[in-house]
Design a protein. Structure first.
Length: 426
């Protein structure tokens, strides 16, 4: 029998399956040529019908696999593992009818295992190791010997050859487990390294975008300072005019407008300070419940009519947290999003362990599409009809910079639950 090894470098699942099919096509062709050569050139008796049935079965299985390539989402590690199992079973069947372990091509059972060790996870590698070991062990003791057509005597060389076959069996088993342990381990390390490099590239790209956004924000803060100051003066003068005229309703509205203008000026001033100060990340050391109370107090200034349910579930003393302006903005952004879609209900739950601080924010809005949930925090998008979703994007980056994480998921019966995790400082 003739077979060829495949290029088993890590690639997309579809490409791996295409290469496996190419290998199988060469394998079937080589087996057919080897069987014909054995019968007509070496003049040995082979059971043609079962061998033909195995080859036809491989062809049918390969053709059915072609339909799998049309839907890449169905090409999983499990599906690829089943493809390798079919190759091991077919090869074991052919070896059974062609001399078993005495067949000089019996070591080709290592090929599917080598592919599994390079491409699949440890679980599948060890399953493949057990399968190939069992297959080779069976054909060592159970097989149909090769015999000449004109001299029906088993082709072997006596007791010493049997010892040689047993030695080959032991060597095969050792090779299987060495491949499973060392090659699969190295392949797993390479996959982890590639995943880490991909994550680092993604973070570098995101940091570049955030730096660009910071530059634009600083410029906008400088440009917007003058018009906001003018609006503040005019709003104050109008308020005095309406007070003199006795129009309390208009005066009250202008007072609220002045407060919002002052808040905008404060935010812009903070942006400028962050851009120019080398120590903008430094802050006070506060207990998490006290810090969160300050955050909520800032948030309530612009959300006076939104009811907020607060719960603290931590046991023991609250852990300490270094106050960070970026974290404060991130938490306010999450609360703002919840209040925007659910102005009648927002819930905040604080809990902690020895190593983690957990903050959960719930709303009763209409929820978020599952496709959008997968993209939140990774791309500049938004669940709103307008906007770039910069707040969500920056919130994700801020929490990851602090070593934390954030997760959005739809809450039952309706609404969105945002889970925030922040590590406790040593």
């Amino acid at each position: 029998m003739i077979t060829l090894t495949a290029n088993t470098t890590t690639s997309a699942p579809g490409e791996n399956l295409k290469r496996l099919l190419s290998l199988r096509a060469l394998n079937i062709s080589g087996q057919l040529i080897a069987i014909l050569t054995t019968i007509y050139y070496l003049e040995m008796a082979l059971p043609v019908k079962p061998l033909a049935a195995i080859l036809v079965g491989q062809v049918i299985w390969s053709v059915s696999t072609l339909f799998l390539l049309k839907d890449s989402s169905r090409i999983t590690d499990e599906a690829f593992f089943y493809q390798l199992i079919s190759d091991v079973v077919a090869l074991t069947g052919i070896l059974y009818f062609t001399g078993g372990a005495t067949n000089p091509f019996a070591w080709f059972l290592l090929v599917p295992h080598s592919i599994a060790a390079t491409l699949l996870s440890q679980r599948y590698v060890w399953l493949m190791a057990l399968l190939t070991s069992l297959s080779y062990s069976l054909i060592v003791f159970y097989y149909q010997p090769l015999v000449h057509i004109n001299n029906p005597v088993e082709v072997e060389a006596g007791g010493h050859f049997k010892d040689h076959v047993i030695g080959m069996w032991i060597g095969f088993l050792l090779s299987i487990f060495l491949l499973a342990y060392f090659v699969a381990g190295m392949a797993q390390s390479l996959r982890k390294r590639n995943e880490l490099l991909s994550t680092m590239k993604e973070r570098m790209f995101r940091d570049e975008r955030l730096i660009a956004l910071g530059t634009l924000a600083t410029g906008a803060a400088h440009e917007l300072g003058t018009p906001l100051g003018t609006m503040d003066v005019l709003a104050h003068e109008l308020e005095l005019d309406f007070q003199a005229a006795g129009d309390k309703a208009a005066s009250s509205k202008l007072s609220i407008l002045q407060g919002q203008i002052k808040r905008c000026k404060k935010v812009l001033s903070t942006i400028t300070e962050r851009a120019t100060s080398e120590k903008y990340d430094s802050g006070q050391l506060l207990a998490i419940d006290e810090y969160l109370a300050n955050v909520v107090a800032q948030w309530r200034i612009s959300n006076l009519n939104v009811p907020l349910i607060e719960k603290v579930k931590g046991v023991g003393n609250a852990p300490k947290l270094i106050t960070d302006l970026a974290l404060t903005r991130a938490l306010i952004n999450v609360l703002d999003n919840a209040a925007r879609v659910s102005p009648e209900y927002v819930k905040l739950v604080l809990s902690w362990t020895d190593s983690k601080i957990h903050i959960r924010i719930e709303d009763r809005g209409c929820g978020i599409d599952e496709a959008q949930l997968l993209k939140l925090g990774k791309h500049m998008m938004s669940s709103k009809d307008k906007g770039l979703g910069l707040g969500v994007y920056i919130t994700q980056a801020t929490l990851e910079r602090l070593g934390g994480s954030i997760k959005w998921e739809n809450h039952q019966p309706k609404g969105v639950c945002v889970s925030i995790c922040i590590p406790v400082i040593a």
